[in-house]
Design a protein around this ligand. Sequence first.
Ligand code: NAD
Length: 410
Amino acid sequence: MITPIEATNTYFQRAAQLLGLDAITIRQLIIPFREVKVECDIIKDDGSLAIFIGYRVQHDNSRGPMKGGIRFHPSVDIDEVNALAQLMTWKTAVVNLPYGGAKGGVSCDPRTLSKGELQRLTRVFTQKVHDLIGPAIDIPAPDMGTNAQTMAWIMDEYSKFHGYSPAVVTGKPLELGGSEGRDAATGRGLLYAAESLFADNHVKLSSLTYAIQGFGNVGSWAARLLYAEGAKIVAISDVTGAIRNPNGIDIPSLTEYVKQNGGIQGFTGGEAFPLEDLLFEPCDVVIPAALGGVLTAENAGRVQARFVLEAANHPTDPEADAILQQKGVILLPDIYANAGGVTVSYFEWTQNLQQFHWNAERVNKELRHIMQNAYKDIREVQTKYQCDLRTAAFALAIDRVSRATMLRGL
Ligand code: NAD
């Protein structure tokens, strides 16, 4: 199986070749600025000692402070963190935010830790990296297994060393300087990206049918916002199960059901089917919004949709990408399609630095503006190089980062 870093490097190399970058520049752009591995020891509630390994990879800072989430998950390792850090560099550059890329995580299963244990682990991790992060250096955010509460603990721990510093993390609770609209931001960014893509392809968002994999933060917001625009969601899944309904699923009822029951399984507003089949349902648009690596050489041929919108990070292997292209599927790549989250994180950081609070209307308006501009920029590059949207997005990002690197000098 191809690893996340191999997939990211393949996409990077393809675009770097198109740009005609020399070997030294390529090396400079690929090698991370800094990789940190730390031991995080905590006393568990039962008095025993538990040892965890934490990581922070800071990939590139030529365009601004580095930005990226912190993941608490058993699969966290240096390879995955490296790939995700590099993706963040290209993501922030595609949407033209004044940031570089980073990612971090602790290899642990947060579901087996109490709230007190999670707080201790978060604080120890922060102690180990506090002098390597900061509002002008590297700004973490939530990712899988972490949330607004985790960010509140990081902010508190960091502030003990450096003074009150809300801008050191984003995705905070509103009470501690979080931004309006952060929760919905990735799903909303996907909606705005889809609007640009469909207008460009002369189709109406509300005339298409959708299948969405994942009903967590990103999938559920994407579903709710698309539904509100009149879109027909014909299939949807989460880890508990999948349902389909050719007449369209009632998303507000499903949202209420999932809130009460913890998952999609058992929802009666559609027919249950195997969740492995979600991406291959007959529909116009498929939205992977759960896991990475779900579209592979083995299964990509089964995709029936005309559009794939990558809400999840790296859902498509390079071999699958090639198969989809051959089939004529139009794919909106993750580094653009799910950039709404980091964009509103940028708004949060801006508000924190200015000690000024924006309302939701302003947040959404600025988000739409950024997503629309980025789409235009990607299309310009696509026209210039006659390539697919992913290669164009990578080329746009790599060009911006390499120019900044050159201008700053050695
Ligand atoms: P989440 O934990 O809130 O939700 C994940 C969802 O995926 C859940 O509904 C879960 O049940 C479902 N799921 C897990 N395994 C599944 C399976 N085998 N089949 C179907 N569904 C399954 O996570 P999230 O924040 O929504 O993130 C989803 C993806 O989007 C990840 O790849 C993440 O890296 C990416 N992403 C998230 C954000 C953000 O702001 N949250 C931003 C950019 C990218």
